[in-house]
Structure formats: C-alpha cells, structure tokens
Design a protein around this ligand. Structure first.
Ligand code: FAD
Length: 468
C-alpha cells in the first residue's frame, strides 16, 4: 500500500508560542493547519520558561510579603516554605494553560502530530514515525534550548540550566548564577527571596545588559541590599565538585572561588535548527544556527517561513506571536506590517521588576540622537508607599528639538512595583512616536503607580506637578 502525504494549507514545525500562535490565527481564518510537535504544545514558554518561572517568582513575592507583613501590623508566625506545594501549584498553573491551549487548537481544527518533524524538498515535512505531510506553506518554529558552557556539564544536581531549576524538588541553600541577563536576574531574585545565598557572576561590566544604566543600577542596588552578591566583569573558569557531591567550588576572575550547592548556567539560548532536516531546500542557517529570514519572516525557500527563537530576533514569546501574525497575514494575502524590533516591549520579573520599550539613553546617544531625559522615583508615589514598594523609578528619553524642548519619545524605562503591568502606556507612546505634550494630556487615575509615568512625561514638557 502506498501512503500519500497528507496535504495542508500550512504545516508548522514546533508548537511553542510562534508555532501555536500561527496555528491559532490561521485556524481562525479557516486555513487547514498541521502542527508537528515533538514534546508538548506550548513550548519553552509554557513548560520550561515564562509561565513556570513567573509562577515561582510569585511564590517568592508571597513569601517576601508575609515576612514584611509586620510593617502593616499583621503579626504572623515566621513563614515556612513547603517547596513541594510550590512545585505542585506551578504545575497546576502550567497544566491548566496547557489544557486550555490544546482545547483551543482543537476548536480551531488544527491537526497536531506528535514527533520530530523535518523539512525536505517540495514543502514535505516528515514526522519521525514516518508520517508525511505537505504544506502549501511551511513555518519553521522549532525554538531554542539553553546554551551551556564548557566545563559545566549539566547534571541536573549540581549544574543546572533553566530547565532543571524549574523542576527542582528542593531549594539549594546556596547557588551561583552564571550570567546576569534577564533570566539570570530572575532566578537570582527568586532564589534569594526564598532564602538561598546567591552569587551572580557576569562577564560584562554590568548586569542586565541592554537595559538603561539607571534602571540596571536600581536592580544592582536592590540585589546588594538583599544580600545577593553581584560580581561583574568576571569570567568563570571551571568548577570542582566536593568528594561527597553535595557542593561544588566555582572558580572565577583572578583566582577567586565560591562554594555552593548549585550552579545555575544562564548564558542565553541557542536556536534549535539542527533537527530540522532542510536537505533539498534553499533554507539558509547562519553560523550560530539561526534560520535566516527577511523582515517578512521568509526564508530563502519560497513558501517556507521561520519565526520565534529560531530566527535572530529578540528571544521573547510575544515577539514569536508577532512574527507568527506577520506570516499568517501574508499567507492570507492581508496587509502586513513587519515587526519593528527596536520598539518591542521587554519585561523582566525580578524584584524589583524592569520594563522598557524603545532606546535606552546610551543607545539613543549612540544612535546619534541629542536627547532630553527625565526620571521620577516611585518614592514620591502615594500608591507605591501604600503597597510598601517605593524602590525604583520611571525614566523617559525624548529627542531634543532645536529649541531644546522634548520631541518624540524614544524610550520609556521603568523599574519598580508592577512595572511589567504598567509598560503599556510607555509602549504605545514609543510606537506612536508621541511627544510628551501629547502623552501629558492623559489623566492618570489617582492614586496609582502609573502616575509616576504621567509625572515623568509632564516633567519633559516643563510642567510637571511634582517633578521639576
Ligand atoms: P519554543 O517555545 O522553544 O518552542 C519550540 C517548540 O518546537 C518546542 O515545543 C519543541 O519541543 C518543538 N520542536 C523543536 N524541534 C522540533 C522538531 N524538529 N519537530 C517538532 N517539534 C520540534 N519570553 C517572554 O516573552 N517573557 C518571559 O517572561 C520569558 N521568560 C522566560 C523564562 C525562561 C526561564 C526561559 C527559558 C525563557 C523565557 N522567555 C520569556 C523566552 C520564551 O520562552 C521564548 O522566547 C519562547 O518560548 C520562544 O517561542 P518559540 O515558539 O520560538 O520556541
């Protein structure tokens, strides 16, 4: 019996945010879609990334809040962490979202194939169980996996990546986090708040590279106050486990070392392109493993697109969503606006939180802009004092006009309480290239944390109520 390949409008390899967003949007528009996923739909984001990591950060927040309750006159016994219960709650949140996603995909009539998919000539995708699919269009969305460093072989016990940290059965008493980027700082913050002694080792001169310096400085000060040791400008050179295997000594810098129960390697992620086949296609993969695309997410093979962490754009779930929309709308023949990567929103959920869109002051100056900036600390915000979180600030960067006044807003940078939920207004301002005068017209409800953004913008017009 000769089996013929099953035909679809679109075959997607990878069911993470980029893949499932394309499937959901395409399915809603009536396209006949297949998703090939080797593990679970939802991808890194749902099972090993955004959702479980933020759930644990929330556990840390609850613990911190209970410890700080006395300030509010609430006297409770010293809190105790039952980590197995924290793990179970995390898994419950993940599973609930996973069930919802699978249901939604079914509702949109997306056919899911479980297995490793590889692309060959003629838009043919072969699943490793031998199933053959042909798509009028193919979307490569196989995502990324944690990067590791030589000498730090991941064993899931002493040396962990984000995958293993999120599945820990007990918390280490001490840890080194290698890498002070977004994910490294989230883990450092979470582990420290839950009682672990944390050292962050970062090779670059500051943590949170890419963030505005004023913002990164607030996080660094907060970390120091909470006992997190941050060492920047140091390279790790190796580690030596103890004889009983209960700890390891990490060497770094000029002959320095620290002994800890766990090492969290958080040095970025690498694209998962090696298992995609691609023989007989014109799809190009660059030296770092990224699939090469143009601004419309088109590979060099006509009708084959790529999106998400597999391409060299910001490795964020919502960027994957946006790229999926670019692809599907193109397939549908709709008007398509490519993603403007210079303006995408970034949120980092460490304590204090960080959120920004657009250029940092350093990046704006490097790009040749003459700028005016204003900062307003949360210390003067009523709501911030009410919730007991006065740490942090909002900084707005605007283009300097020839008369010295502030022109279009180039960047909005926030650090402090719930800023990940406050960035929306800043993101709109940056994307609409609005001016402080325009944004300053908006009334901020009182008392809210967002008044600090309103004040900063008003200050740029020279008419701040509280900020000069
Ligand atoms: P993935 O989510 O990696 O999904 C790819 C899928 O493809 C996987 O399910 C994989 O099993 C499957 N696959 C791979 N190869 C094949 C194949 N050949 N055949 C079939 N299936 C295949 N982003 C944010 O925006 N906000 C955050 O707060 C955030 N926090 C994060 C925290 C952590 C700890 C980590 C690790 C990441 C975080 N990210 C965050 C990044 C985010 O998770 C990724 O950007 C996002 O998951 C990328 O989506 P994707 O669809 O491109 O790839």
């Amino acid at each position: 019996m000769v089996l013929t390949a099953q035909e679809f409008d679109v075959v997607i390899i990878g069911g993470g945010p980029a893949g499932y967003a394309a499937a959901l949007r395409g399915g809603l528009a009536g396209l006949n879609i297949a998703v090939v996923e080797k593990d679970k739909v939802g991808g890194t984001c749902l099972h090993r990334g955004c959702i479980p990591a933020k759930e644990f950060l929330e556990t840390a927040t609850v613990y911190r809040t209970v410890i700080g309750a006395e300030e509010f006159g609430i006297i409770a016994d010293p809190p105790v962490i039952e980590f197995a219960q924290s793990q179970a709650r995390k898994q419950k949140v993940v599973d609930q979202l996973w069930t919802g996603l699978q249901g939604l995909m079914k509702k949109r009539k997306v056919t899911t194939f479980n297995g490793v998919g590889s692309l060959g000539a003629g838009h043919k995708v072969t699943v490793d169980d031998g199933t053959e699919l042909v798509g009028k269009h193919v979307i490569l969305a196989s995502g990324s996996i944690p990067r590791t460093i030589p000498g730090f072989e991941v064993d899931g016990r002493l040396v962990l990546t984000s995958d293993e940290v999120l599945d820990l059965e007990r918390l280490p008493a001490s840890a080194v986090v290698i890498g002070g980027g977004a994910i490294g700082c989230e883990f450092a913050s979470m582990l420290s708040d839950l009682g672990c002694k944390v050292t962050v080792l970062e090779a670059l001169p500051k943590i949170l590279p890419g963030c505005d310096k004023d913002v990164a400085d607030v996080v660094a000060r907060s970390f120091k106050k909470r006992g997190i040791e941050v060492r920047t400008g140091v390279a790790v050179t190796g580690h030596a486990p103890s004889d009983d295997g209960s700890s390891t000594t990490v060497s770094f810098g000029e002959g320095e070392s620290v002994t800890v129960e766990a090492v969290v390697v958080s040095v970025g992620r690498r694209p998962c392109s090696a298992n995609l086949g691609l023989d007989g296609t014109a799809v190009e993969v660059d030296g770092r493993g990224f699939v090469v695309v143009d601004e419309y997410m088109r590979t060099a093979e006509p009708g084959v697109f790529a999106a998400g962490d597999l391409v060299d754009t910001p490795a964020l779930a919502h960027v994957g969503f946006a790229e999926a929309v670019v692809v599907i709308d193109q397939i549908l023949g709709d008007k398509v606006i490519p993603v403007d990567y210079t303006k995408v929103p970034w949120c980092i959920y460490c304590h204090p939180e960080v959120a920004f869109a657009g250029l940092s002051e350093e990046a704006a100056r490097e790009a040749g802009f003459d700028v005016v900036t204003k900062k307003d600390p949360f210390g003067g915000n009523g709501r911030a004092l009410i919730v007991g979180e006065p740490e942090g600030m909002v900084k707005v960067i605007a283009e300097k006009l020839p008369d010295g006044k502030a022109g279009r807003i180039l960047g909005v940078h926030m650090v402090g309480p719930w800023v990940t939920e406050q960035l929306g207004q800043g993101y709109l301002a940056v994307n609409w290239e609005a001016t402080p005068t325009e944004v300053g017209q908006y009334i901020q409800p009182h008392p809210t944390l967002s008044e600090t953004f309103g004040e900063t913008v008003l200050a740029l017009t020279g008419r701040g109520l509280h900020v000069g």
